[in-house]
Design a protein around this ligand. Sequence first.
Ligand code: ASP
Ligand code: MG
Length: 440
Amino acid sequence: MKVMKFGGTSVGKPERMFQVRDLISRDNEPTIVVLSALSGTTNALVAIGDAMSSGNKTKAEELIDHLHAHYKTFLAELLKSDRIRSKALGIIQEHFDFLRIILRISFNDALNKDILAQGELMSTKMFSCYLEELGQSHVLLPALDFMSIDANDEPQVADIRLKLNKLLEQHKGVQTFITQGYICRNAKGEVDNLKRGGSDYSASLIAAAINASVCEIWTDIDGMHNNDPRVVAVTRPVEHLSFDEAAELAYFGAKILHPASIWPAQQFKIPVKLLNTMQPEAKGTVILEHADSDGVKAVAAKDGIVMVKIKSSRMLLAYGFLRKIFEVFEKYRTPIDMITTSEVAVSVTIDSITHLDAISKELAPLGELEIISNQTIIAVVGNRLTHEGGLLQKLFTSLADLQVNMVSYGGSLHNISILVPTEHKNAALKSLNKGIFGLD
Ligand code: ASP
Ligand code: MG
C-alpha cells in the first residue's frame, strides 16, 4: 500500500483535481490519498478566525461569503452530473452554515481550530464526489477518527497506527482511500491540526502507520532543488537525498516539505518521493535512508534569525557557563539553531523573538549581551561534508566579499551553517551557486 499526498495547488483548480484522479489511477497498488485544502483556503480561514477574534463580524461574514462563492464556482466546473453536483453543493453548504453559526457564538481558540479544519474536510469530500461521479469506488477515511496529538502537540504514533489499521481492516479489498491532511484530534478530543503546511506530516505519519511502500508528496515543483530558484537564475533538482540531508534542507528553508514530516518516514524507513503534479514524468527527489554520494547536494537559507552574543571574562577557564546560558533558552522553550564559542564569548541564533525580552533579562547577569537581528542562516547541506577536501576553501572564497557573522562546522556531517546579514543573503546564495555547483 502506498501514500500519495497532494498539496493545495495540486487540488486548487478543477482541472488539477482531474489530474490528481489520473495520477492515483496509474497503477494497481492500493493507495491512501491525503489531500490539503484547496490553495488559498487555509489562509482565508485564518483571516476569518482573525476577524472573528477581533470582533469584526461584518468582515468575517464577507470573507465567508466570498469563500463560499469560490467553492460554488469550483463545483460547477468540477462536476457534470446534476445529481452529484447538487449533492456536493449541499455538503459545502453545511460547512459554510457551520462557519456562519460560529459567527454568532462567542469565539475561542478551540472554535478557531474548527474553522481551520473546514478546508481539508471540504476538499476531500469534493474529490470524493468527483470520484463518485466517475463511478470510481473509494472510501473516505475521516482523519479525525485516527490522527491524534498528545498534550504536547506530538503525534501519538502508536495510537494512530492502531486506529488506522483497524479502520483499513474494515475495508478489505478497497483500492483507493481518501483522507484529510493537516487535521487531527488533540488530547482533549477536540479538533486540532498539525500546524501550517502539516499535510506532509500527516502523509508521513500515515505512511509510517501502515508501513507504506512509499510516501509520495505531490506539489508544483519537480523535487528539492540545489538552491533557491527565486534567488538564483539556474537551479537543478536533487535526485537523491538521505533523510538526514532532507531534514536539514527542509528545516533550513527548502519550502517544498514540512520539516517535521521527515522523522516518521525515517524511523519506519519509508522512502519519500517529492513529485510534480504538473510534470508527473519528472524524476523529482527520492529520499532514502542512506545518501547515494558524498559532497554538497544543496544550499538553503532561513531568514528571520536573531544572533545573541554573550561575552564574559568570567567564562575564562570556567565550567558550567554554557549550561547556565542554555537553561535560560530552555526555560523559555526557545530552540537554538547555531552556536559558536570562543574562550570568553558564546554566540547563538534563535528564530523566535517571542521571549527575547525575558531571555535577555535573564542572560544579562551572565555577561555583556549583544542582540543582532535581521540575520539569515545559509545551510550548506550534503553528505560527509567534513571529509570533503577543499570545501571550506570554496565556501570562503565564494563568500569573501560578504560579511559573515558566524560559521558552524563539524556539528554534523550533513550541514555547514553560515550566518550572514539578511541583506547579503541573495549575494551569498548566488556566489555559492557558482562556487560550489558551477551554476549561474
Ligand atoms: N491546508 C494547510 C495549510 O495550508 C495544510 C497543508 O496544506 O499542508 O497550511
Ligand atoms: Mg502545503
